[in-house]
Structures are given as C-alpha cells and as structure tokens.
Write a protein that binds this ligand. Structure first.
Ligand SMILES: N[C@@H](CCC(=O)N[C@@H](CS)C(=O)NCC(=O)O)C(=O)O
Length: 222
C-alpha cells in the first residue's frame, strides 16, 4: 500500500495520476498548503524540502520518497510500467522527465506566482516566466509533431508534464499556438486514470474558485 501526501496542484496530480494508471492500492493524506502543513515537523521527516507530493511505501518498511520525478521513477520501477527497461528507450523517457522537472515545472510555477498571486504586478517578471513557458511549450510542440508522446510511448514523462500543460491558462499561457501539444493534452485528458487522478485529493475548478485559490496561495507564499 502507498500512502500519498498531496494537495490539488500539478505536482500532486502527477503522482495521483500515476497511482491510478498503475492500479496500486493507495490512501490519501490531504496536506493543507495554506495552513503550512507541508512545513510541519512530521511532514519534514518525509520530505525535508517541505513540499508536496511525498509517498510512503508500507510494503517496503515505510520507505518514503519525495520529489515528484523521483516518486514517478520509484513507482514505475516498482511495477514495471511507464518506464522501459531498454537503456535507450529509458533514456528518452528520463530526458523528457528531466525537461519537465527542471524546466516546465519551475518556470510555469514562477509564471503562476508573478501573473496570478503576487500582490505587486511586475511586468518584467511576468513576461520573463511566461515567455520561458512558451519557449518550452514550443520545444514540446515540435517534438509532438513527430511523436504521439514525449518519449516513444505513453510514459512517466507524459504523466509528469500533463498536469502542468492542463493548467496553462492559470499561468496566462494559452495552448492555441501549440496545436501538437494541444492534441497531446486532449488525448491524455481522456484517459480514465487521468480523470480519476485529477480528482485527488479533491477536484478543483480553477476558474470557478479563482479568488479562493489566489487567497490560499498568498498565505502559502508569505
Ligand atoms: N520539485 C518538487 C516541487 C514540489 C512543489 O513545489 N510543490 C508545491 C505544490 S505544486 C508545494 O508543496 N508548495 C508548498 C509551498 O511552497 O510551501 C517536486 O516536483 O516534487
């Protein structure tokens, strides 16, 4: 059994989608980011970085894993799914996973902060991060013109990237200029496991709950 510590954010959805895809038994611990539960002493034992997601594998003597990319690799290796064994094929998956972890996530996260949450709107910072997200989306759009998925088949690279692209509007980056990325997004969105994963710990409608989400994010960022 996997214990998942999460919140309704793109990094959290990566792991809930993965757990739904691999059909592993899991229980959910919802972490209230606006109450700073991610910085509590108990949670810091699981993730010294004080961020969600984190998992505990009760079948492996309570072994815990933090960093969403490392969690996806752990679960893929544990179940032999969504990360090929062949060194070349595996490397392609890991290249796109690293691209997400080091590029799309951090840049889009900062675009969210400066475009959505920051009380002071700093035009230079908004442009800087939105333009970087657009550049990264362009790289994926080109790749997806010649490939159905980021790697050669549906993999943890797609699972890591989908929740961020799914929330592109929140960062003020529309998907229309990226037709291949849009096609990829729409196909992945239809997967039943993806729909179930997006409802963990609760399904959030970003546009309907805009003010509340911004208020909660402001609390977390102080
Ligand atoms: N590199 C980390 C990033 C995790 C991360 O930034 N999580 C955010 C939610 S998406 C969080 O916990 N934020 C709480 C905070 O900043 O205090 C990962 O991929 O797991």
């Amino acid at each position: 059994m996997i214990e998942l510590y999460t919140a309704p954010t793109p990094n959290g959805y990566k792991v809930s989608i993965m757990l739904e895809e691999i059909r592993l038994d899991y229980s959910v611990h919802s972490i209230a980011l606006d109450q700073n539960e991610q910085r509590s002493a108990d949670f810091l034992k699981l993730n010294p970085n004080g961020r969600i997601p984190a998992i505990v594998d009760t079948d492996a003597n309570g072994f815990s894993v933090f960093e969403s990319g490392a969690i996806l690799i752990y679960l893929a290796e544990k179940t032999g799914q969504f990360l090929p064994a062949d060194p070349g094929e595996r490397s392609v998956v890991l290249q796109w996973l690293m691209f997400q972890m080091a590029g799309v996530g951090p840049m889009q996260g900062q675009a969210n902060v400066f475009y959505r949450y920051a009380p002071e709107k700093i035009e230079y910072a908004i442009q800087r991060y939105q333009n970087e997200v657009k550049r990264l989306y362009g790289v994926m759009d080109k790749r997806l013109a010649e490939s159905s998925f980021l790697a050669d088949a549906y993999s943890i690279a797609d699972i890591a990237t989908f929740p961020w692209v799914h929330a592109s509007e929140w960062a003020g980056v529309p998907l229309e200029p990226f037709p291949n990325l849009s096609r990829w997004h729409d196909e992945i969105e239809k997967r039943p496991a993806v729909q179930s994963g997006l409802a963990v710990p609760v399904r959030i409608d970003l546009s309907a709950n805009k003010d509340e989400i911004i208020r909660k994010a402001e609390k977390m960022l102080t």
